[in-house]
Design a protein around this ligand. Structure first.
Ligand code: KMH
Ligand code: ZN
Length: 290
């Protein structure tokens, strides 16, 4: 087997759906997010995915709050920032994007298609939206990202969404190399199976210079991280997607989850990229490479 590329570890710190009532360790304020980001960096993460919240936990699209988070993190270390443009249910397309031209982060998430997006417990739907990401939206986002020097991280929840990205790339709105995040386990997207991961990563690996990371939602996260490590992908953990560090045990912090990823990687002999290596693998800052 050929040598595997080093692995980029990302931590998604807070999201917009997880509640403190589910896990009291969830960060809300810029100070809490920056504290968690630095702890994650010290534990081995090289990238954090951030959403912004008000102190009471309500999601916000305020560019000022995103700027404050960025400032507090970058004052302490040069972690790669991926700012969400998925936002939260109820935000407009424009609100979801507004902080990108202001903050110009290394990455912004870019959701790759419209879909049902639901949270369920058992057979009961707890929350449901239609997540709107039409082709014209993808193109507009692509142009705004390009202007800002921000690379899109394409969130793909199903195999057809990879085709959406290729189509909009052909149109000239996205610029290779393409970085994908395979999100499995959202109700409305592909099921979190090994077969789906294999199929999606095989499609992505046909694209020259593309990279892929896996995000498993809820209890599927640790198994999918394990599988991605073996398959040569990059991985994402964190309280946005999963509140448990192991079955039935709430995570005490985002950093505790990163530490678990690092332990798993050691066991599997998968080397973890440091910051410079992660930037080289992901080709950021993007302007340097264009
Ligand atoms: N919360 C994940 C299911 C985004 O922020 O743009 C997907 C996500 C999307 O992280
Ligand atoms: Zn997110």
């Amino acid at each position: 087997m050929s040598e595997m590329e080093k692995m980029v570890v990302c931590c998604a710190l807070t999201g917009s759906l997880t509640q403190r009532s589910q896990n009291p360790a969830l960060p809300h304020t810029p100070e809490e997010l920056a504290r968690d980001a630095i702890e994650c960096y010290e534990a081995g993460a090289t990238m954090v995915h951030v959403h912004a919240r008000m102190p009471d936990g309500t999601p916000t699209s305020s560019p000022q709050v995103f700027l404050e988070i960025q400032k507090l993190i970058k004052e302490q270390c040069d972690l790669i920032l991926c700012m969400s443009t998925g936002g939260a249910p109820g935000m407009t397309i424009e609100q979801r994007l507004g902080h990108i031209p202001v903050c110009k982060p290394e990455f912004g998430s870019l959701n790759s298609g419209s879909m049902n997006f639901a949270l369920a417990r058992g057979t009961t739907i707890l929350k449901e939206i239609i997540f709107p990401n039409k082709f014209e939206t993808l193109a507009d986002y692509g142009d705004t990202f390009w202007e800002a020097g921000t690379a899109p991280e394409f969130e793909v929840y199903d195999v057809g969404q990879i085709n959406n990205i290729l189509f909009v790339t052909e149109q000239g709105h996205f610029h290779p190399p393409l970085n994908f995040n395979i999100v499995l386990g959202v109700l409305g997207g592909a099921a979190p199976t090994m077969e789906n991961l294999m199929h999606m990563k095989n499609q992505i690996e046909k694209i020259p210079n593309a990279t892929w990371c896996v995000t498993g939602i809820g209890r599927h996260q640790w198994r999918l991280i394990n599988q991605a490590m073996l398959l040569g992908g990059h991985v994402r953990t964190g309280l946005e997607d999963n509140i448990y560090v192991q079955r039935g045990v709430l995570a005490e912090s985002n950093a505790q989850m990163v530490k678990k990823v690092v332990r798993m990687a050691k066991e599997l002999d998968r080397e973890i990229a440091d910051l410079d290596e992660a930037k080289e693998i992901l080709k950021v800052p993007r302007k340097k490479y264009t």
